[in-house]
Write a protein that binds this ligand. Structure first.
Ligand code: UDP
Length: 239
């Protein structure tokens, strides 16, 4: 690929679901290796890459709350799940020789560095992939909100939201075959139509900071790199 990338710095959001492959739970190393290869290809284009990983393949706080347990403790478990995923992705990236650092919003210094904006920017400028673990570090938030927050803090030019399908649809295309697919939308349209692509707080934060959200299929090999040069199939959310 010879075209010049459109962005200097981006934030990729990979949900926990993306890492579990067809297993239905946990981590499929082959799938994580493939996503790591896609990230490596974008790094090779000299784009600075931050990644926020979810934890839904392992644990979600609402699962505790729905069974009468304490939501905050459940969310702590969910945040720890994101750290497990971050370490798995870092391992796959390092196997490919990609310099990678995990920064966690929840301090666990024996395992990874703690998040600070300063440390993250320093790693990015040195060409390292930075994986943001632990979400926002607060219960009642999601890793989508963490993605918008870290993108704003990093001055990322776009949030790449890797999903199960190739963009935003009016309804889940796996359940509603004739759902409409959008090529472009504004942040307001996403919010007003109630489109289930990222939670409201995440979209509102991206809107306030004028950060475009590019929604694409994380399962399409090489798609991340194609989108960096304006190719590939995605829905673009911008004002
Ligand atoms: N979580 C949290 N605060 C955050 C981010 C995540 O409490 O800032 C918890 C929450 O319980 C959530 C879980 O971590 O359900 C996993 O995150 P998320 O559901 O966003 O993961 P994804 O759906 O992207 O896999």
């Amino acid at each position: 690929m010879t075209s010049k990338p459109l962005f200097k710095r981006v934030l990729l959001k990979a949900s926990g679901e993306a890492l579990m492959g067809s297993q239905g739970f946990g981590i499929d190393v082959a799938v994580v290796d493939r996503i790591a290869a896609d990230i490596a290809a974008v790094r090779a284009m000299d784009v600075e890459v931050g990644v926020v990983v979810g934890g839904g393949n392992i644990f979600r706080g609402v699962a505790v709350a729905s069974k009468g347990g304490d939501r905050v403790t459940g969310d702590h478990m969910g945040m720890l799940a994101t750290v497990i995923n971050a370490l798995a992705l870092a391992t796959s990236l390092r196997k490919l020789g990609v310099d990678t650092e995990v920064l966690s919003a929840v301090s666990m210094p024996d395992i990874c560095q703690s998040f600070s904006q300063r440390a993250a920017l320093n790693h990015l400028k040195r060409g390292r992939v930075v994986i943001f673990a632990g979400g926002t570090g607060n219960p009642f938030f999601t890793t989508d909100s963490a993605a918008a927050l870290r993108a704003a803090e990093m001055g990322a030019e776009a949030i790449l939201k890797g999903t199960q399908v190739d963009g935003i649809y009016s309804a889940d295309p796996k359940k509603v075959p004739d759902a409409t697919r959008y090529d472009t939308l504004t942040h307001d349209e996403v919010l007003n139509k109630g489109l289930a692509v990222m939670d409201v707080a995440a979209v509102a934060l991206a809107r306030e900071n004028s950060i475009p959200i590019i929604v694409f299929s994380i399962h399409e090999e090489g798609e991340f790199a194609k989108i960096m040069v304006g190719e590939g199939r995605a829905t673009i959310v911008r004002d």
